[in-house]
Structures are given as structure tokens and as C-alpha cells.
Ligand binder design. Structure first.
Ligand SMILES: Cc1cc2nc3c(=O)[nH]c(=O)nc-3n(C[C@H](O)[C@H](O)[C@H](O)COP(=O)(O)O)c2cc1C
Length: 431
């Protein structure tokens, strides 16, 4: 075990930082100067509510207004793609050099009411592309997703060449510049959950022996280069953050000690904050499930890792996963972790922060689908959450009890329609 792993294990076992005695409702200022009114953050959720032009729809604008009204200090958007030919799913947003930013500006404005701030999450799926979508399936190496009997649903990736790597760097920077132009307070670079940048970080998917593979310095080079270039290209007050896995939760994958190294490297770039999550499509730890024997906490899945990393770093840390109750959110802040991320709870209860101000005991149920087929359970959970988001975006109230099976069927039908729309729209460019 390396010295770093030892330090991390020791820190995990200790109570880490002394309680900061800060309320979740206290304000927080990022290194770039951006100030949020409280520590509660709406974490990224891909809604699949873009128009055919891959820009925000009216439904999406309504949903973001509801979140801003609901009392969070910061909204992280669902992931926005840096390349319209490399999409995590149909109905997704893409923001490129030539995109019309009118509705992105509206999205920023809707999100900024009630003193809320908004940061756009930007992403490239790498190998996590559904075969039915088509388009580019690129990765660090040609390692395909292993989803057991569902593996065929995903494309076979090609190892990226130098020109493709440079193209991706340029695209991330351009998307960040467009987000700034549209009025967003910052960007979050998605380097978690098994997407492209996580594929470069993980030894399981990065088998390269050039400058982009091997040591953790080399595996992190793509993320670091993108972060550095975005910071150079955007204004000094523009908030730049990264979503990072605390671990892949797969043996031989990206480990907590790697995460600590990457946070240290990002700290040298004076990054605003790192959101810690975990897992990928293969091992969906972010849904509270792990593929290996290490267990996650029942609530605040990644708090232990976040606390340990936070104790060793000057970079503000945010933890996301499983948080639905105020005492748990407060425990996060008390343990020295700066920000509390919530996704599912805010899809079901968009005004949870406002409710917590008056009734400390209010909680938001997380949908838990426990079918035997873990992949289908995961898809049904996502479908339930997205259905809730659509309801609120359409001006309806959230509904506590929705059937997982019906939600999954509706989602599959909707996804098939949106995939067809996407393929037709880009038939000239898709292979
Ligand atoms: C419907 C849905 C879509 C999601 N989309 C994204 C995304 O675009 N980017 C991202 O970083 N995480 C995404 N996530 C993961 C969440 O940000 C979060 O890490 C995870 O759901 C755990 O937090 P929670 O327990 O509060 O939901 C998504 C989660 C759900 C349920």
C-alpha cells in the first residue's frame, strides 16, 4: 500500500476535519469569487428534454425555474454534450461553437432567480454511447463496456488518436466559452461515472502507453489539460469545477488514492470545487449499488471518501449520492465537506431546501427498484426520476408513487422516438 493510500485510510478511519459549525444554510464563496447563498446544490441530472435542435425546451426552462424557486444555492445542469455526434442519450443538450445560445441564456436566467447560481455540466460520453444512437464511440483504448447480456446495447469504442484527443480538448473549451457567453456562472467538467474523461483516468479502460496512459499523471493529463485551457479561455470570475469518482468500484480500477492525487493536481490549477461521486454504467455506485464487495453508506454514499479527501486538500469538496434528510446534509457540512449535492431528492421535491427551512424533519423518498436484473433496475430508477422531472416541467405536481414498470416502458418508448428523431436529423453525419 502506498503512503498516499495509507494516509487516506487513516483519514477515513479518523473523524477527519473538526466540525466546522456551519449551517447548510450558510453562504459559501468559491476561490473564483462566486458566492452561493447556501451549501445545498442541485446535482446534475440528464433530463432528455432538449428540442430537435439540441437546445433547452420550454419544459426544461420551467423545471429549472422550479429548482431555483425551491431554495438551492447552486444548480448544476444536466450534462451538456461538447459534440453533437457523441451523445449520452437522445433528447440531450449539445452546445458547440455554432450553436444558437438564445435558449441557453434563458436557461441561465431561469436558474438565477431567487439568488440561485448556475453552473453548466459539460461532458463527452466516450464509449458509453448506445449503439442505436450511432455517432462517435471513442475512448482511451478499445475496451468495450461489459454489461453482461446487455453489452450489445453499447457501441464498440475505438482508441482515440492524437488528432481526436486535440479535437475533444478544443470542444470542451469552446463549450465552456459558449456557456460563459450565455450567462452561466461556471462549468463543471464531468470526469466521473465512466464517461470519456473517467475512461482516461481508469486503468481498466486506459491501456495506452503514450503520454495519455500509464501513470496517474498521464491518465489525468486529458482532464488537467482541459481544465487548464478552460481556465485560460474564460474570465477569472468564471467558476470551474470537476465531477470526479472517488473510485470506480471495480477491482483494478480508479482508486481513492488516485482520486486524492487528481484532486491535488486540480488544486494546483486553483479549481473552484470537486464533486465526488463514484461508479459507472458497469458499476452504478452513484445509485447506491457497488459491483465489488466494498459497501457504501446507506445515506451520503461517498461521505467517508469526501471527508478524507477534504481533510487533505485545500480544494472545496462537494459530495453527492443518497442524501434526502437535513440531518444528513448537516452532517456533511459538519464533517468539513463544503457542499451537499442532491439529485433524485430534488427531482421528487424541488423545493426541499425551502421546506427544510421551516420543517427540519421533511424528507424526500428515493425510488428504490430492486428487481433481479440490476441493469433493468437501474434503468427503471432513472426512468422514474426523469418522469418526475417531465411532470414538473409540464407544470404538474411531483407524484410520490409512480409505477417503476410503467415508467420504464414509457421511457423506452420515448427514447425510441427521440433516437429516431436524432438519427433522422443527423443522417448525413451519422455512420
Ligand atoms: C435521471 C438522472 C440523470 C442523471 N444525469 C447525470 C448527469 O447528467 N451528470 C452527472 O454527473 N450525474 C448524473 N446523474 C447522477 C446524479 O448527479 C447523482 O450523482 C446521483 O443520482 C446520486 O445522487 P442522488 O442520490 O442524490 O440522486 C443522474 C442521476 C439521475 C437519477
Amino acid at each position: 500500500m502506498s503512503a498516499k493510500s495509507n494516509a487516506l485510510t487513516n483519514a477515513q478511519q479518523s473523524s477527519a476535519k473538526a466540525p466546522a459549525n456551519k449551517s447548510v444554510f450558510s453562504s459559501f464563496r468559491f476561490p473564483s469569487g462566486l458566492k452561493v447563498k447556501n451549501r445545498l446544490v442541485k446535482a446534475a441530472m440528464e433530463e432528455n428534454l432538449a428540442t430537435i435542435e439540441q437546445v433547452p425546451s420550454h419544459t426544461l426552462l420551467t423545471m429549472y425555474r422550479k429548482w431555483a424557486e425551491g431554495g438551492v444555492g447552486l444548480i448544476l445542469t444536466g450534462n451538456v454534450m461538447v459534440d453533437h455526434l457523441a451523445m449520452t442519450g437522445p433528447g440531450g443538450l449539445a452546445l458547440e461553437k455554432s450553436s444558437d445560445i438564445t435558449t441557453f441564456t434563458q436557461l441561465a436566467n431561469e436558474s438565477k432567480i431567487n439568488g440561485c447560481k448556475v453552473v453548466m455540466q459539460i461532458n463527452h460520453p466516450g464509449r458509453q454511447v448506445f449503439s442505436k444512437m450511432g455517432g462517435k464511440v471513442l475512448s482511451a483504448s478499445d475496451v468495450a463496456l461489459d454489461m453482461g447480456k446487455h453489452s450489445h446495447l453499447f457501441g464498440q469504442p475505438k482508441a482515440m488518436n492524437e488528432a481526436q484527443i486535440q479535437d475533444v480538448i478544443k470542444r470542451f473549451v469552446q463549450t465552456a466559452q459558449r456557456a460563459e457567453e450565455a450567462g452561466f456562472d461556471g462549468v463543471q467538467i464531468h470526469a466521473a461515472h465512466g464517461y470519456l474523461l473517467a475512461q482516461f483516468l481508469s486503468p481498466l479502460t486506459n491501456k495506452r502507453n503514450d503520454n495519455w496512459g500509464g501513470s496517474i499523471e498521464n491518465r489525468a493529463r486529458l482532464l488537467l489539460t482541459i481544465t487548464r485551457e478552460i481556465k485560460q479561455a474564460c474570465g477569472a470570475g468564471f467558476c470551474v469545477s470537476v465531477k470526479l469518482n472517488s473510485a470506480d468500484f471495480q477491482r483494478g480500477g480508479f482508486e481513492p488514492a488516485d482520486a486524492q492525487d487528481v484532486v491535488d493536481m486540480l488544486g494546483e490549477l486553483n479549481i473552484d470545487f470537486v464533486e465526488l461521486s463514484g461508479g459507472s454504467y458497469e458499476a452504478p455506485a452513484m445509485q447506491g449499488n457497488t459491483a465489488d464487495t466494498r459497501t457504501l453508506a446507506r445515506e451520503a454514499y461517498f461521505l467517508e471518501f469526501s471527508q478524507a479527501i477534504s481533510a487533505h486538500s485545500s480544494v472545496p469538496i462537494m459530495t453527492t449520492g443518497g442524501i434526502t434528510r437535513l440531518p444528513v446534509a448537516q452532517k456533511v457540512v459538519d464533517s468539513g465537506v463544503a457542499l451537499v449535492g442532491m439529485a433524485t431528492a430534488l427531482a421528487f421535491t424541488p423545493d426541499l431546501p425551502n421546506q427544510w427551512q421551516n420543517h427540519h424533519g421533511v424528507t424526500s423518498a428515493l425510488p428504490k427498484v430492486t428487481w433481479k436484473d440490476k441493469t433493468l433496475s437501474g434503468l427503471a430508477t432513472m426512468a422514474l426520476v426523469k418522469r418526475q422531472i417531465r411532470r414538473v416541467g409540464e407544470g404538474k405536481s411531483p407524484q410520490g408513487k409512480l409505477s417503476p414498470i410503467i415508467s420504464l416502458i414509457l421511457d423506452q418508448v420515448r427514447t425510441a422516438k427521440l433516437t429516431k428523431r436524432y438519427r433522422k436529423r443527423f443522417s448525413d453525419e451519422l455512420s
